[in-house]
Design a protein around this ligand. Sequence first.
Ligand SMILES: [Zn+2]
Length: 236
Amino acid sequence: MKLKHTNTVCPYCRQIMNRIPDHPLSRSREHLVPNTLLQKTRTNGDFEFWACKGCNSDKSNLDFILGTVAKSQSECVDLAVNAFIKAVDYRGSQERFLDMIRSGKKMPDGSIALKIPVSGLEMAKYCTYLGQGAYFLKNGIPMSKSMHIVLFEVFNSHVAKELEHRYRQQWGTNAYRDLEQNSYTRVFAPGEAIMWMRNGQVMFVFHDRFVLILRIVRRTKANLIKLDQCSYEFYR
Ligand SMILES: [Zn+2]
């Protein structure tokens, strides 16, 4: 598959990449939305770009965790259960997922809420990658981490489901299918991964049930305090 973006600078660390095999700065294909998160194989390379091997492998450690969490929020029981089984088998991540299962709390509607097995700092780091990728896809140049930071909010399946319900009551259609038609939206895989972006605001919707809202803002003292609050709110 040919890449639409032929960038020579890594959108994450802003270093010039090379083609030396196994070199930390060698260029590698970056999907932004990880394959582990999707059921189907993507069919176009429009949202792919080059990233250095170092950043790519650093991000991919968290890709697996996020992919599993997003799938586990799915309405499709097979998908959710298989994601869990795979995760528990995966080296290094067993404890996180077992802790997640142990954290299960029954909600008033009878469903079970689980704690997401990622720390606030890991989530902040991952959302920075996603924000940088979105910024690069939109502007064609890397985001500067000395100029900008990425604030984030995480919404689980309860919120996503409620939003879908209220939207349907008001408009009679499915919120996420309508979002796929919006001109500010990029669809990585229909029904599985959608990204909406406008004026520094980015929203990712995974499997219609896991929503991340990012804000790319200037790196000011006040915004750095807000970033600490994002991590804290998430981890609570
Ligand atoms: Zn890099």
